[in-house]
Design a protein around this ligand. Sequence first.
Ligand SMILES: C[C@@H](C(=O)O)C(=O)SCCNC(=O)CCNC(=O)[C@H](O)C(C)(C)COP(=O)(O)OP(=O)(O)OC[C@H]1O[C@@H](n2cnc3c(N)ncnc32)[C@H](O)[C@@H]1OP(=O)(O)O
Ligand SMILES: [Co+2]
Length: 134
Amino acid sequence: MKKIEHIGIAVKNLKESNALFGKLFGEPHYKVETVESEGVNTSFFQVGDNKIELLEASKDDSPIAKFIARKGEGIHHIAFDVDDIEAEIIRLKEEGFIVLNDRPKRGADNKWVAFLHPKSSNGVLIELCQEIKE
Ligand SMILES: C[C@@H](C(=O)O)C(=O)SCCNC(=O)CCNC(=O)[C@H](O)C(C)(C)COP(=O)(O)OP(=O)(O)OC[C@H]1O[C@@H](n2cnc3c(N)ncnc32)[C@H](O)[C@@H]1OP(=O)(O)O
Ligand SMILES: [Co+2]
């Protein structure tokens, strides 16, 4: 794994949180993107070398709606940049991690993504990201 690609934060209201985090970072979000397959509306902030993703549920059975109902708003996942997501999925499965999607799926901000179940990584939801090159 190369570096943290982004940290995902679950929020109830994207518009309000965009304003709040814009004040925090002193710079507004650079994009908003809906990923319907994941049931999320997202926004992204660039903070120096780092990226923060805010996530709002776009439908009732969204993972974000479930998470907020259980735990409230807060850090939802940590995403890591990888060069070869398919090889990483195989490697991590061999290491005993529970990979939630065997085949990479399309995420936000031009990435292939895959998730590891938090119960196999000490309660932390891990996302793998590889840039889509077309
Ligand atoms: C678009 C994008 C991008 O960056 O490109 C994104 O990030 S999309 C981000 C949104 N998409 C995703 O998160 C996709 C991957 N996530 C999922 O498939 C799901 O959310 C699961 C992680 C499998 C959890 O689903 P669900 O809550 O239905 O499962 P479950 O009822 O079996 O819950 C199992 C346990 O996991 C815990 N749990 C759930 N979500 C968690 C999270 N984010 N971090 C830590 N723990 C979490 C629950 O509290 C529960 O703990 P206890 O058993 O101890 O009570
Ligand atoms: Co993410």
